[in-house]
Design a protein around this ligand. Sequence first.
Ligand SMILES: [Fe+2]
Ligand SMILES: [Fe+2]
Length: 486
Amino acid sequence: MIRTMIRNILLSLLRRVERDPLATAVRRGGGAIIWNREINIPSYLVAFVSMAIFFAVLMFEIGISWMNAVGLFLFLSMVFIFFLMYLKNEKPHLIADSEAVMLLGVICTSAVLVMQLSKDWMSPLATPLAAFTLLTGLLLSRSLALMVAIVLSMILAVLNGFRFEYFFIQLFASSAGIFSLAAVRTRSDLSRIGVRVVLINVVATVIVHFFVGWSLLTFEVNLMWGVLSGVLSVVLVLGVLPYLETFFSRTTNIKLIELADFNQPILKRLMLEAPGTYHHSLLMASLAEPAAEAIGANALFARVGAYYHDIGKLTHPEYFIENQQVLENPHDPLKPTMSSLVVTSHVKDGVALAQAHKLDRVIIDLIEQHHGTSLIHYFYHRALEHNTAIKQESFRYPGPKPRTKVGAIIMLADAVEAASRSVEDPSAARMKDTVEQVINNKFTDGQFSECPITMRDLSTIADSMINTLSGIYHARIDYQKTTPSA
Ligand SMILES: [Fe+2]
Ligand SMILES: [Fe+2]
């Protein structure tokens, strides 16, 4: 309730700035590096607020004089311009995502405030800087986390009299955490990362000791601060990650692994109440996951998306062919238009069910987009038998079309899985024809017109799906041949 209220206030503020004519004029300026069309107003707002906080904290710390103020302003301007240039060129999807930019601003600003607190109460070496870079890596992007590590370590050094040892130790420790993030699958994996951060902190402190020649006591105390920094980093990440995930609608790999657990209430229901759909979703996941991997998309996200894409069928499972085990088809007494309505409604029902179970926005998007505006051929052709003037639009899903590469993969895996079931005498050549036909049909129907997928991606996805299907059906054929018939 409070979370929704705060979010609504923030979003309405951002929308107000979006409408602000001055802000729009700045955005339309076009020529400057930061304020061009590519960077939207929330980015500008967050960058401005973050820079103001950084400036105030650093100014307070290094002493208020006009020389310091000019130096600091130039330093921060340079850092922010480089940062925004990097985002614009390397992460355009992040700069277009107002919540992501807001999250980045919150992480960096909190880091500077924590630096200030650590300096006053402990030591700059005890600053849990790795926590902020790990949060960036988990919630936004690992390469962006490296940039954040460089910038924050630099600011820490500036804040403490341009001391290079602080920059060196904190950058090494944070980088060790970021490089280990790829393997994170569960929240307990974060503790292992904490151990690595502590170890690298210790090694970096020893290296600095050899160069600087601290007294033994200073060296021991600095080692202790390094260990504390690693421990604090993990505690901070474990403590705030779930809140940031929820508040900023970010879905981490950790969250995806939790969603992939078959003990999730909604997946359990699917297994018990719509076993055909459940089985279809599992087969589809085995097609979608390697296809996503092959084009460099998030394979885990594709697998989880496949598990949840048809949960809307739980409302009326008997109306879907994969769950029809009885001889009587509930569609028989219905008019084709009514059947089409029942079938298309599983998308809307899926979205409602996902919202009721508080599933992540990215999963809801996949559910909403998995049929795009595709035509339900079977009921359309049945309707044509009675009325040749019937409009195709009445037999199309409402959309939207897939907007991401994983969305396109989910659509294709869904259609390929359904089509492969109806192939008689499945040979490798027939499977190849089926996959290519499904992809061609979706492409010529314009289902990928809102999605950044390329022809090369589609070809790679086709190869991957043909491979997976050949594996599944080859194994089945071999098994049937070698098993004596009952
Ligand atoms: Fe579906
Ligand atoms: Fe499906």
